[in-house]
Design a protein around this ligand. Sequence first.
Ligand code: IMP
Ligand code: MG
Length: 424
Amino acid sequence: MKTTIVVGMQWGDEGKGKIVDVLSSKADAVVRFQGGANAGHTVVIKGRKYILHLIPTGILQGRTSIIGNGVVVDIEELVEELGILKRMGIDTSKLIISSRAHLLLPLHKFIDKSKEIKRGTAAIGTTGRGIGPAYIDRVGRKGIRAGEMRDSSLFRLRVENIIEQYNQNERKLYGSEKVDVEKMTSHIMKLRKNILKYVKDIEPLAMSMIKKKNTILFEGAQGTLLDIDFGTYPFVTSSHPMSGYAFAGSGFPIMDVQVVGICKAYVTRVGAGAFPTRMSEDDEECIREAGGEYGATTGRKRNCGWLDLFALKYASYINAVDKIVLTKMDVLTGLNKVKVCTAYKYKGKLLETFPSEHEVLEKVVPVYEEINGWSADDMKALKKGKMSRSIKKLISLIEKYSEAKVVMISTGPGREENIKLGVL
Ligand code: IMP
Ligand code: MG
């Protein structure tokens, strides 16, 4: 396998975790480059379910697993996740955290939650994981980075200082709870003890991996339409879930890669924000149940919509997607007709590209094409290498709009439930 970047082409929850797990077996290292514990990557191995929020999925295959500088590292969640994996018998010794990654502290979660309450009807519907506030501290140049944990007394001072600032400023601004400096500091110092051994400088490691011609797998979290710049702003996350950020968020230099986009056979969205192809309530209910569309991180119901090829075209372009893995085809099995959106109309005119203004996106009218559905027998035949006309039609539409090749179809949550159509 070539060095690969895996990205979500929709609003997240496309099934990246499962595909990264499959590809991990061929990689020397797996790298997360953005986001934080807002992600929920579900992998099912031999009927056992693993949900990873922060640690790269490669850990399940025993790969070197790097949390890059572009990730905000929730130290409470990290310690919790390490504990869960260890109890499940997973070796976590190959985890590495970039010394340049910013730490996400409990304060960030308090701020996130109280800000959402303050926003009222304009709430973003965040995961409450403190992502926005942690990235604000990062660009505001007051964040604490993982490398600072190396000097215990300096780290303690930095932590005390940031808690005091929080008590003075953000807490009053957003009405979140006051924090006991002493208690919180000692809590954080305890977490530090569990995490410190994983902290390393990534650049020399990356350099030697490149010299050895190692294969790297970059694991995106969330999806393109949640990108802070290219997503449905302001209803987005605060990082860049797109291929272009894989290098900036990891400490690996730009290199020759292939980009694998993960595309679900329908779309889902959690949280607020425009969702042009949302299904009727009945269809949505049915797909949500069939697809288990509940948040892996928050348990929230995901809204469901028809496959949006107009948005997919844009996502494929912005990520330079080479190959597509189509997931959750099985969920739509048995429907008489399947709708796909091929264009947006705004004020009666067809739009040229995915709109940058949320106010426009809210008012677009999707133009649909209807294709025949596929049966359980069609799915069975597909597993034996025979593709029905309706499935062929769906794939050819995806390939037409994305200008990328569909190389794999995932037909269930298990590691083995994949149909290969090309080389990954
Ligand atoms: P935040 O990332 O918690 O700030 O949330 C911002 C928006 O991104 C909200 O609409 C969330 O529901 C959405 N979001 C964040 N992470 C994920 C994810 O892993 N899957 C799907 N949606 C997500
Ligand atoms: Mg998810």
